[in-house]
Design a protein around this ligand. Structure first.
Ligand SMILES: [Zn+2]
Length: 237
């Protein structure tokens, strides 16, 4: 069997995609959905239209959710038993988040999303390591996610540690070494933003799978920064 980066072969991939699409379409027709967000996210899913949430729509869903979060108007969407049962059959996360492991930046909470919405990879300093890249290749190539957000945050301890240029005990040194290249030639850039841009660029340049999907407009990679004090997510131009 041929394999794509250790996941599944093309034949099985197509089988997986088709079967899962049918499953979620059938369940949607069954009518267990509530709320406009749920309808927007999965209403058009079908085998022929594998993932209808394009990057622009995905960005809007995230920013709308973050607005609800900071305005104390959270809807806690997609957290019902019906939703659990729906996504047990197949998942179509509409966005992937490469975020920091910091306990104050939980993706589903700050974007007001629920089960099956976000494919979240979190590691200190939102570093694009090989393991992280493999996970993001999986969600884009197999699950059909069309948006990756590299999400840094203010007061990031990992970025601060990397900036100090001091030896770190244990394996924390690996983390700092993966951030340090972003902090050279800093100029006016904030270190957190520079690190987001560096890791986003690394995703684009070091993965053939992500690169191909970017070129065919089936993927967008953007950077964003979460403000620890206000809860607001700001896109990085
Ligand atoms: Zn952090």
């Amino acid at each position: 069997m041929t394999r794509i980066n250790g996941f599944i072969g093309r034949r099985n991939f197509l089988k997986f995609a088709g079967t899962s699409g049918l499953a979620i379409a059938a369940t949607t027709i069954g009518g267990s959905l509530t709320g406009s967000i749920e309808q927007t996210a999965i209403a058009d899913v079908s085998p022929a239209n594998f993932n209808p949430v394009n990057p622009g729509q995905a960005i809007k869903l995230l920013l709308d959710g973050n607005q609800r979060f900071i305005q104390y108007k959270r809807q806690y969407p997609h957290q019902s038993l019906a939703r659990l049962q729906l996504v047990a059959k197949a998942q179509y996360p509409f966005a992937a988040i490469l975020g920091c492991a910091d306990s104050r930046v939980p993706a589903e909470i700050i974007f007001d999303q629920g089960l099956g919405d976000l494919f979240v990879v979190r590691v200190a300093g939102n570093v694009a390591s090989d393991m992280v890249i493999g996970s993001l290749e999986y969600t884009t190539a197999v699950l059909g996610t069309q948006l990756i957000v590299v999400l840094g945050h203010t007061k990031c301890g990992a970025v601060a540690a990397a900036g100090k240029n001091e030896p770190l005990p244990g394996r924390m040194g690996y983390m700092a070494e993966s951030i340090k290249p972003a902090l050279t030639n800093l100029n006016s850039h904030d270190a957190v933003i520079a690190n987001v841009q560096y890791q986003a660029k690394k995703l684009q340049q070091s993965s053939t799978i992500l690169g191909q999907r970017l070129q065919s407009d089936k993927l967008k990679i953007i950077g964003a920064c979460y403000d620890i004090d206000t809860g607001k997510v700001n896109l990085i131009p």
